[in-house]
Design a protein around this ligand. Sequence first.
Ligand code: MG
Length: 237
Amino acid sequence: MRQAGRIVAQTIGYLKEKIAPGITTGELDSWAGEFIRRQKGTPSFKGYQGFPANICVSINEELVHGIPGSRRIQEGDIISLDLGVIYKGYHADAASTVGVGDIGEEAERLLEATAGSLGAGIAQARPGNRVGDISSAIQKYVEERGFSVVQAYVGHGIGQKMHEPPAVPNYGPPGQGPLLQPGMTLAIEPMVNSGSPLTKVREDNWTVFTVDGRFSAHFEHTVAITAAEPEVLTAGD
Ligand code: MG
């Protein structure tokens, strides 16, 4: 899982360098596929429940599960990249949202709040805590900054499958849910909206977007719980 996580982090870093006005989301997808395979990984999203691409690319009001294609990235967009890798039978999964040029103050604050909430959640990923301690820390961090947590989609356990128990919601009371123990590996992934927390799915049956058309951001890491500090497997170098 460490190696899978390293490939995920390197791929996200590589794609971030490539993101610029004028390139298409489909180009990002093919570059990601080539990059992952060069590192001897397999893109785990491809074919997952019929998903047609290597990675998810979701722009602006799109939250998750955007299908890459002919759309061109523009100055002012916020781009969520979400991708998973299988290496020798083990999975890692991460996401990051990046702004293209000047995205405005509210979008900047949204990205900071979402990334910060992921950090707050990870800080609770310790033995003796419960899943609800992660959930509650994320929700508190987001709501204190005036944004809203999406409840329709949640984080998850991860290992020999991409999605394993337990569910890791980004909201809820502390002190509840499964007990965290060393050796558990979780994909923690706050999805945060500028406005309403409510979302819908497009006619392509994949792309999730905000009902009010306002921006949405997504940050995710695969995290191992250890006897000491949480180990972020998709942190990169
Ligand atoms: Mg995930």
